[in-house]
Design a protein around this ligand. Sequence first.
Ligand SMILES: [Zn+2]
Length: 421
Amino acid sequence: MAELCIRNARRLDGGVVDVAIEAGLIVEIGADLQRTADKEFDAETGLILPGFVNAHLHVDKALTVGENTRWEVGTFQESIDLTLDNRASYTHDDLVRRGSTVIEESVRFGCTTMRAFADVGTVGGLAGTKALLELREAYRDLIDIQVCAFPQEGIIRDLGAEELLIEAMELGCDVLGGFPWFEYTPVHEQRHIDKIMHIAKHFDVDVHMFVDDDPVAPQSRGLEMLAVATIDNGWQGRVTVSHACALASYDDHLAGRVCRLVADAGISVVSNPQISLVSKCQNAPEPRPRGITRVKELMANGVNVAVAQDDIADPYYPFGRGDLLEVASIIAHVAQLYRPEDTPTVLSMVTTNAAKAVGLDAWGVEHGAPADLQVYPPDAGTTATELLRLQSPRRWVFKAGVLVASTSITSDVHRVAPITP
Ligand SMILES: [Zn+2]
């Protein structure tokens, strides 16, 4: 007897199946499974997807802006400066309260794994790290949280941040972050990458760096430097980058060479289209760049590409709600992935590709995978394109085979003067 069975669920390939779950894993999938279960859910042919994975979210910065926030010059640097001002006054209670809100909201939207970034630096110290480590434990029943210690002001520019990063890793962070793009010069950028790789090897952890954050900067070569360092250090498959925006401003020959190098290095690339659209290129001349990396070219070269939320109501991006289906819709628009053969790939960028980017192997509605699942109502559509178009709430969210969230919305149209046929 299975512990739980989700019946009549529609997979993206169109097949309607029953999914049996035991000990947190999918143990059988098939049409009309004969086995009985302790608990049964009838999906009524609604779509079933693996849980969303948010590969990049600044939980410590979330919910720090509102109607009183003053953006005056409209540059990326302004967002960085406003964040630094906020960070000086973070308190533990405030971090835990804001973090709890965005974590619970993410779970409601089907997110079952999150890579949460905690700023580490001489302003704010380890306050974000300690709060996120506490939240990781507090929410273990709902979501897996990987805490990434992230040097938001660099480690060369922010003297003392390197020691704090090591301390953060000793406290139990899961992933080591890096931000070479923020350093003063390409020489310092290289030094930053070398130092981070050294610390990562010491703690035997995966690395997640933000590189080439400026979309109009053909001279910015952090991704290339990091790919070489990844190969030199034997860290293939253990490095993920976010942004890599400058790749879009390289000429096609150089971009092709870098895409192939990134594939060889086994680096996953996470694009964050919402923040790119809102806070990058604000003062660029028209026609204005979209600010994202070369998504299609990276994928064509075999690079694992994911998309992530990045920011929720912080100085970089005042919107966002932890809904990866919304993020997927935005990358479909910005990267022009709209054909029926593209949209399943778009969904994989917030499910299987994102899982791979955070180091998870088995992810999907498949035998042996974790029973981290989301089920949509029957009117949410039957294809990836319809799911992206209709943006339905998640009817049920399961974490390791346990129901952790459910949402239902009713909507009626009231005709004043009904037309009779
Ligand atoms: Zn970010």
